[in-house]
Design a protein. Sequence first.
Length: 637
Amino acid sequence: MLDLGIVLAFIVYAVAAGFKARGKASRNLDAYFLADRDVKGWKAGISMAATQYAADTPLLSTGLIATGGVFVLWRFWIYGFGYILLGLVFAEMWRRARVLTDAELTELRYSGRGVLALRTLKAIYYGTIVNCFFLAMVLIAAVRIAEVFLPWHTWLPATLYDAIAAGVQIAGISIGTSVTGLDPTTTAANGIISIIAIVAFVLLYSATGGLRSVVATDVMQFAFAMVGTVCYAVLVVLEVGGIDRLGIRLSEIYGQAQSRELLALLPTEGGALLPFLAIIGLQGLFWISSDGTGYLAQRAMSCRTDHDARIAGMVFSWAQILGRSLIWLVIGAGLLVVYPFTPADAAAEGFAASREMTFVRGIDDLMPVGLKGIMLTGLLAALASTVDTHLNWGASYWTNDLYDRLLCRRWLKRPPEDRTLVFVARLSNVVILVLALTVMVNLQSIQATWFVSLVFGAGIGGVLMLRWLWHRINMYAEVAAIATSLLAAPLIIATVDAEWLRLSLIVGLSTGAAIGTAYLTPATPAAALQAFYDRVRPLGYWPEHIIGAHRPMHALRRRLRFTLLMTASLFLALVGLARLLVPVPSGTPLWGWAALAASILLIPFWLSAFERDTFADGRTEEADIVTDPASRREQNE
């Protein structure tokens, strides 16, 4: 009852936050999707981290450690560079653009007859395909977690449950193999009931209060998730026998050589180092939201000032990469001891999915009453913070880009009322959720799904960054990158096994196609470029007749210098603490302390990046704020 009480208290808080924000959110789209652009930087950063603290990610992390070793977690960690780059380079530009979605940026950055078509394409691609795909991955994790802790077949009246199970069986719904030994029909019925209950709770506050309620609950959700996960990590370490015993226990179970390989921070085989560096290098730069496109940009756009947008990106980077990742590392390594596996297990089909579930098994087996309630609340919070963001983010495309811009203003030739737009926004939440559920029933392993998504996303990242930094990128270049990625990615996945080669090919083909197309097609008219520059003040290479007395290349170099210094400090701290918290068998802690010391020594060289006036260029932040959504929409037509 104590565990249930903790969970219910969190549900009441979240729902209350949604209804508290309902009045303000109902005014217009800026209020609903961007909280009137009045979010403090640290709150926006924590909200980003809460969204990334998804219910599927700790399971994925646990599976990656078992299937590839600790060094594979660099696949998560390498994004730290991109997150800091977002904070120091792109976040302020997103805010100054004064758009509501990244698709809307298309009509601000380019011009011509095809620009609305590109905006529509991106709204459908990001708002529906990409959004529903990643939301489905989160829902898979929710089903697996719920199967252990929500046995609806023992809770509900038999008549009611049998009717639900019969409906599921008639519909032919399947959500994968049971992790607790239940038959397929019971597994599917329990999963469907759990998902309906969870998403109904999320919809109740996110669709009601918009981004304002999402951010308010995200802060509490992140706190719950971190507290619960820290408690879980402590219990795993105690079960192992302490940090000092972790390496010894691994050696006893897996042998000295395999245990060192599992805990190594870099590949132990020399031939694997170059492909690994190629993978994390490409993944760190060329990802589907390399410039923040998506909900990260939405949080930056919701900030009250440029400085707050910058703070949001940097708070997010440190909370996400250092705070969250270290806890998952300790848990994942400890679970290798708590739930050992054999070579035969590793070779069996479904091994990755089974290892992902050890994260959930450990909660059920190791956590006492009370702490288990905190951890379950943390998992529910992690799930809710991701689902609410994806629903709110996806609905912004459907409402702002498809309904408002395309249907009403272009086809029907009339502007919609603000109340109608907010209604469409709330309705879009439900439609997106139904689509995501449809995708979910066709996905299996989180890990396998994630690897496929990386290939599709890598082809678009380059052009997304370049459109801010180089005037020559035009709408045809974006179309070329998207088309090449969508056409080439399935062929590359089907014919190329080596992942580093997959990423290299898709990045080379898509980025090459974008740059080549930019040179072979007409440039964006000077008037459009001038309007974009005057409004956004982008960094990078822009013609002298456009930039006037400004020095955007100098500003870019300065920010990149801060980015590299902060990234080095972040990764050194991560490596040092990782080595101290998860020591290699018969290894020395000296290198861990040395890395941590180097990280601390770098702090004075980048700390000023947090100060308000570090990157001031004479532009008044308050002048960038447009509070009237009608004025914003008129500027983009």
